[in-house]
Design a protein around this ligand. Structure first.
Ligand code: SAM
Length: 371
């Protein structure tokens, strides 16, 4: 990939920065949806029934294609909504300023974790923005929410701060007990970080250049229930279901879950998560239901492109599980291609030499066509 240009299309990288507004577990790279869209002629609307942070939706937006995403995790939905939203950095900063100036300071969560994770004034600002956003549903609020999720925790850097927390990973939130031990062992006290400053810098970086939005919608809920209530139809579906046995979407994102309205503690449930099945057969049956519901919303010749893998601990054959689920769906999806992830036949040969093949065990790309 040449610097400054995206592999499948000649996009300047700064045009695509918004895609990185917040990391999300098991997100796939933009290349996968880009390649599917590049090779699937005239796509009028794209669907991702397990949209996560909205990578498919953002790729569609960059190409001027409307999209629909569904996810059962409120954190995923909050990030994905920003991907289909176009607002200026000035509007986002203006909203944050107004909240911090005019809203009453909100109550903050109590306990040692919170005292060590955030400096008290910074925590007050975060809680105030959180409380305001719980009742705001405008595009500007959606963008501010996603930006807050992206800056909520991450490493401390020596110069200008990029994150609001004490030292933490940015991809997932450490569990409170572990984090407290870590900070105490290293005498790491949280620093006063000006929330508005960080929002301002991040918004400017992400939103200065962004693709126009051709329209997109993200639904919070179970893929099958939402699909059954949808009216639009699709000719391309690009998605990645949770890998079998994957239960940590909520616990690993517990601080972000709190920010979007959850309790200030680690949620150990995984309600509605499709990977939470008692057996591989039940998982295959649950996935089959999604492919069936998807088929009902797709045209003839529509394409379904699925990236799938396995957790190293799960002892499963992801290709078998996925093919079985398509078979069990018996809904018109005919498999036309199966190959290791990231080895698309549509990619320029030269670029292929630089591709790192999927990181999770045995990741595979399966493409099916509606017949
Ligand atoms: C592998 S991730 C998708 C990541 C996405 N491709 C991205 O780039 O961010 C799978 C997603 O499926 C969601 N999910 C799990 N069960 C679901 C269900 N029953 N209905 C809708 N979404 C579900 C999870 O919350 C998770 O965000």
């Amino acid at each position: 990939m040449s610097p400054g240009v995206h592999r499948a299309f000649a996009f300047a990288e700064d045009l695509l920065r918004l895609n990185a507004v917040c990391p999300y577990y098991t997100m796939f790279p933009l290349d996968f949806p880009f390649e599917q869209m590049a090779s699937h002629g005239s796509t009028t609307r794209v669907l991702d029934p397990f949209c996560g942070r909205g990578t498919t939706l953002f790729a569609a937006r960059a190409l001027g294609i409307p999209s629909v995403g569904i996810d059962i995790n409120p954190v995923a939905v909050a990030i994905a909504r920003a991907k289909v939203t176009r607002v200026s950095a000035g509007a986002v900063v203006g909203l944050a300023k107004r909240i911090l100036r005019d809203d009453p300071p909100s109550a903050v969560p109590e306990g040692e974790f919170w005292q060590l994770c955030y400096e008290s004034e910074t925590l007050r600002e975060i809680a105030t923005v959180r409380a305001a956003l719980l009742n705001l549903h405008t595009p500007t609020a959606a963008m501010l929410r996603a930006i807050m999720l992206g800056i909520l925790h991450g490493p401390r850097n020596k110069r200008v701060p990029s994150y609001l927390s004490n030292q933490m990973p940015r991809t997932y939130a450490s569990k409170p007990g572990y984090a407290v031990k870590f900070w105490k062992a290293r005498a790491l006290q949280p620093l006063r970080i000006d929330t508005l400053d960080v929002i301002e810098r991040r918004a400017a970086r992400l939103l200065e250049t962004q693709p126009p939005s051709p329209g997109g919608k993200v639904y919070l809920g179970d893929a099958v229930s939402v699909l059954n209530s949808l009216r639009p139809t699709f000719d391309l579906v690009v998605t990645s279901p949770p890998y079998y046995g994957m239960r940590t979407y909520l616990p690993d994102q517990w601080l972000r879950s709190w920010f979007v309205g959850g309790a200030p503690e680690v949620p150990y449930g995984s309600a509605g998560q499709i990977a939470r099945q008692p057996s591989q057969a039940a998982f295959v049956a649950a996935l089959a239901k999604v492919w069936r519901a998807t088929a009902l919303r797709c045209h003839r010749r529509a394409r379904l492109a699925v990236r799938f893998g396995a957790l190293p601990s799960a002892r499963t054959d992801p290709t078998r599980l996925l093919l079985d689920s398509l078979d069990e769906a018996a809904s018109g999806w005919v498999v036309i291609d199966v190959r290791p992830a990231g080895t698309s036949p549509y990619r320029a040969r030269q670029a292929e030499q630089f591709v790192k093949v999927g990181t999770a065990v045995g990741e595979v790309d399966v493409v099916a066509e509606m017949r």
